[in-house]
Design a protein around this ligand. Structure first.
Ligand SMILES: Nc1ncnc2c1ncn2[C@@H]1O[C@H](COP(=O)(O)OP(=O)(O)OP(=O)(O)O)[C@@H](O)[C@H]1O
Length: 353
């Protein structure tokens, strides 16, 4: 296997045949992931951000951000209101410039040319209410340089995939929030993007609608290898779909990594034992947090504690141990821990303006 193929596989999980790489005999195949082309330099990351800052008058919206999103991944950018998520997405789209630092999207500095390779679903779709869903989609596909016939058949397909065929010829002003969101996704997927940026995609969708939406995103990710960045403060949404998350708080990335790694960052241990005072004080001394009710204990051990040796050490000190269980934090616990300390409300943040 060539090193390109090998890299491709470990980054995306796809064989190159599925990658959309322009292969001889398949001239119409889109370039979906990295290629050796000199136009789009090969990078392992869809998004690379280094020392990025964004200041508005009186507000430091982003403070020294370092962030990388692997190609072919589904990345959740989490943060409370006012954390800087929208500011970051606007910079990725090239709508706003960083005050300092660097940002690369699909290997290049954000620009209108790069934007043609992205799909963007804003939190609130701005569609002229006088257009029908079909007219809106066809117009947006024409803007993405599709010929009229192609735009017609493509929008027909997308409307069908999004369950909007019956409403295709109704004015957008009559659409429900969920329908607008599905129309927005059709629009974002229209130009077969390499990177999808989704801003609060669950807004307005009921649980069944969100499940359909999520399945559609997963399909794009698995079948076409599209990298997805979901910008959200709804943790369950992110937990169900994302492979990696970054937690943004007050313009700073507080943590970034695979969900399992983040959850294991602060392990808790549940124990049940019959002990004595020496065991109790030993356990308290090695814990950052410790609660107990009779024989049941829950502790957060100090980082240097050797958890593999701990059960034996307790038994050596005279404990009769019935239960020793590692308990990972939920994403919600991780999020609250990282964003609660010194947090401020959006109105306070806005007060800085
Ligand atoms: N154009 C602007 N001018 C001045 N300040 C701004 C501007 N846009 C955003 N801000 C400020 O920058 C900070 C980050 O805002 P941003 O909208 O990026 O946060 P967010 O995480 O997307 O919030 P939400 O989840 O509420 O949409 C806030 O304090 C906000 O008031």
């Amino acid at each position: 296997m060539s090193s390109y193929n090998y890299l491709h596989r470990i980054n995306t999980g796809f064989e190159p045949e599925f990658s959309g790489k322009r292969l001889p005999g398949y001239p119409r195949e889109r370039i979906v992931l990295g290629t050796w082309s000199k136009d789009f330099p090969m990078s392992l990351f869809a998004i690379e951000i280094d020392s990025l800052r964004k200041n508005y008058p009186g507000v430091q919206a982003l403070r020294n951000i370092h962030l990388s999103v692997s190609k072919g991944g589904i990345f959740g950018l989490l943060g409370p209101n006012g954390a800087g998520k929208t500011t970051l997405v606007r910079i990725l789209l090239g709508f706003s410039r960083p005050s300092s630092g660097s940002c690369k999207v699909l290997g290049a500095v954000p620009s209108p040319a790069v934007r043609t390779r992205l799909g963007y679903l804003p939190e609130r779709m701005a569609v002229s209410p006088y257009l029908t869903g079909r007219e809106f989609l066809e117009a947006s596909l024409r803007l993405a340089f599709l010929k009229s016939k192609e735009a017609q058949s493509k929008s027909q397909d997308l409307l069908k995939q999004m369950g909007l065929s019956d409403a295709a010829d109704r004015k957008v002003s009559t659409y429900s929030k969920g329908m607008l969101q599905r129309l927005g996704l059709a629009h974002a997927l229209g130009a077969e993007p390499e990177l999808l940026l989704l801003d609060e995609p669950g807004t307005g969708l009921d649980p069944a609608g969100y499940k359909e939406f999520r399945d559609r995103i997963l399909e794009e990710n698995v079948k076409r290898g599209v990298t997805v960045l979901i910008n959200s403060h709804r943790l369950p949404e992110v937990e169900q779909i994302c492979t990696e998350v970054g937690i943004l708080h007050k313009g700073q990335i507080k943590a970034q990594g695979k969900l399992d790694e983040l959850r294991q960052g602060k392990d808790r241990i549940r124990l049940k034992f019959e002990g004595n005072e020496s065991v109790d004080s030993y356990l308290r001394n090695l814990s950052l947090e410790c609660t107990n009710e009779g024989k049941d204990w829950e502790i957060r051990p100090k980082p240097d504690v050797d958890l593999k040796r701990l059960p034996a050490e307790l038994v050596e000190r005279g404990a009769e141990l019935f239960l020793f269980e590692r308990k990972s934090e939920s994403l919600e616990e991780v999020f609250l821990r990282l964003t609660s300390e010194g947090s401020e409300t959006k109105s306070e943040a806005e007060g800085q303006k």
